[in-house]
Design a protein around this ligand. Structure first.
Ligand SMILES: NC(=O)N[C@@H](O)C(=O)O
Ligand code: NI
Length: 161
């Protein structure tokens, strides 16, 4: 079984899969008469195809046990999907390139407790992977059908930290 190890989540390393949601390096705007800072326009919410409507949800995720077997990927052809950790714990992001309509090269990232991601439309990713304890995530994606596609890997791989 192939072993994969997560790399630190950075904007540059994740750029081909979407955006990293973090205050570091963001466009900062002082607002509300100096009482707040807006970290502006962090990612593109892309749910417009077929008159899609954005939805804001909270996912309460149970922690995954490590090592973790990666057996499947999914993607949302009609929608981007953003996750931001409300509970402030580290979590895992596992994505794959597209290889003729199936997941190709796998990339794993360890996200900090103040880092989120926005998966671009149709990016292969593993469903939410929380760590350490039950954790809440703010999620921005598409209300209704997003034409979810799932793919079971022929060969599982094992994620170790
Ligand atoms: N099912 C659901 O909405 N979640 C997945 O899309 C996911 O990426 O976690
Ligand atoms: Ni998803």
């Amino acid at each position: 079984m192939d072993i994969i190890r997560p790399q630190p989540l950075t904007k540059a390393a994740f750029a081909r899969f979407g955006e990293v949601l973090q205050t570091e390096g963001a466009d900062e705007l002082v607002i509300n008469e100096g009482m707040a800072t807006r970290f502006h326009d962090l990612a593109k919410v892309d749910v417009a195809p077929d008159a899609g409507r954005p939805a804001i949800s909270i996912f309460r995720a149970k922690p995954r046990r490590l090592p973790l077997d990666i057996a499947m990927f999914e993607r949302h052809p009609l929608a981007s999907q953003a996750f931001y950790p409300i509970s402030g714990r580290p979590w895992l992001v596992v994505v794959a390139s597209d290889d003729a309509g199936r997941p190709g090269e796998i990339h794993a990232f360890l996200a900090g407790g103040t880092q989120g991601v926005n998966y671009a439309r149709s990016v292969w990713h593993h469903p939410l992977l929380a760590l350490e304890d039950v954790s809440d995530f703010l999620v921005v994606d598409r209300a209704g059908d997003d034409n979810l596609q799932e793919f079971r890997l022929d060969r599982r791989c094992r994620l170790e930290i």
